[in-house]
Design a binder for this molecule. Structure first.
Ligand SMILES: [Zn+2]
Length: 211
């Protein structure tokens, strides 16, 4: 992607130019007030997963629209900076499945983590990997609540910022945080682009599950 200039369009309304455009970015709703998923010291969320926020993140994920990454990463980094970046030694991300990465051609969590790490001036390292198993989308509710099958790739430093695009049930971030702590991390914080409100029916959760 470096050095290639592509025409960008607003992921929410399609207008050419900034992603999202100035008008749509004013329509982004604040994140729901919810506790951090278990295992995280705190979780800084940029916006609610609804309306414009949902369009921006859903297109990033499913339509290979990466133009919103700088805007998302800047906003997420700001939200993290408000919590304080002291004690954060590394930025990492919850990896998507190899099948999805191949199908999309990229891992959206890695893109966000890489861009955020530059804003925060903290190194970005892959600390987690997926074990073979069914993707979360389409998984049963019981499987989804159990979280994806993840493993630690290398021993983490004490302070880890864990990046993900969407929090639905929180199971994914919790599973990742617990693994990082078991491997030696003592401070695990979360940074998320968008979070769903707690009012989520089982059918909605099945459609919108963390992949
Ligand atoms: Zn727009």
């Amino acid at each position: 992607m470096a050095g290639v200039l592509l025409p960008t369009a607003c992921p929410a309304c399609g207008a050419l130019g900034a992603a999202p455009c100035a008008r749509c970015s004013t329509l982004v709703r604040p994140p729901p007030v919810l506790p951090a998923p278990p295992g995280l010291d705190w979780c800084a969320v940029l916006m609610a997963y609804e309306g414009v926020g949902r369009e921006v993140v859903a297109r990033l994920k499913y339509r290979n629209a990466r133009s919103a990454v700088p805007w998302l990463a800047a906003g997420m980094a700001e939200a993290v900076a408000r919590r304080g970046t002291g004690g954060l030694d590394v930025v990492t991300w919850v990896p998507t499945t190899p099948e999805r990465r191949r199908a999309r051609g990229f891992d959206q969590g890695r893109l966000l983590a890489t861009a955020m790490a530059r804003f925060l001036a903290v190194p970005c390292r892959p600390l987690l990997r997926r074990l073979p198993g069914p993707p979360q989308t389409g998984a049963s509710r019981a499987e989804r609540l159990a979280g994806p099958r993840l493993a630690v790739r290398r021993r983490p430093p004490p302070g880890v910022l864990l990046v993900d695009d969407v929090v639905t049930t929180g199971a994914t971030l919790s599973a990742a945080a617990q693994l990082l702590r078991a491997a030696g991390a003592t401070h695990v914080a979360g940074s998320v682009a968008a979070r769903r409100s707690a009012r989520l029916t089982a059918a909605e959760a099945d459609r919108e599950a963390d992949p």
